[in-house]
Design a protein around this ligand. Structure first.
Ligand SMILES: [Zn+2]
Length: 107
């Protein structure tokens, strides 16, 4: 889970919270909703909001059809995906129901 601030043109990640994949799968993931809620409450105390989700793929770093389904549920959230096959990192956001790739800047 990526916490920070999201504005019109920029998402700034200030805090990263790792969550266990309760599916114990390398191709699908699911996080305990109670742990997400607890992490969100904790981050909000510091003024951060949940602005994105990070996960890896044993495939190219692009949203899968399952990701797209959940992107529709998560609204503005950024989806940061790393490919475990070539270590490529990419970020995506759904805008007007179209997947847009975002530029990643690491400082
Ligand atoms: Zn995915």
């Amino acid at each position: 889970m990526l916490f920070g601030e999201l504005s019109q043109n920029e998402a700034v990640v200030e805090k990263v919270e790792v969550a266990e994949n309760r599916l114990l799968s390398t191709t699908r993931f699911e996080v305990d909703p109670a742990k997400v809620a607890a992490a969100v409450t904790e981050a909000e105390k510091k003024g951060y909001e949940l602005i994105g989700l990070f996960h890896s793929h044993p495939a190219p770093a692009a949203p899968s059809s399952v990701d797209l389904k959940y992107m529709r549920l998560w609204g503005d959230a950024l989806w940061l995906i790393m490919s475990s096959t070539d270590s490529k990192l990419a970020a995506y956001q759904l805008m007007d129901d179209k997947i847009k790739e975002a530029t990643i800047r690491i400082e």
